[in-house]
Design a protein around this ligand. Structure first.
Ligand code: 9UX
Length: 68
């Protein structure tokens, strides 16, 4: 069964930012779907198991942004 989690990412200002964050999070183990709302920074992730917050943080930072 899938699980959904929502995170908030600071600093995204354009569609390329959204693409970068989506790509990094998609690479995490078990991730099935990533939805990013640019205006709010809300990132909703569907995955096969609960995500490790530290892994999400690293992925977001690798894209050049930060979790709030
Ligand atoms: Mo363009 Mo989004 O530099 O940071 S990728 S605004």
């Amino acid at each position: 069964m899938s699980t959904t989690s929502t995170w908030t990412v600071a600093g995204m200002t354009c569609g390329h930012c959204v693409a970068s964050v989506s790509e990094e999070i998609t690479e995490l183990d078990g991730v099935e779907h990533v939805d990013v709302v640019l205006e709010t920074g809300a990132v909703t992730v569907t995955s096969t198991a609960p995500l490790d917050p530290a892994s999400v943080r690293i992925a977001v930072e690798e894209a050049g942004y930060a979790l709030t």
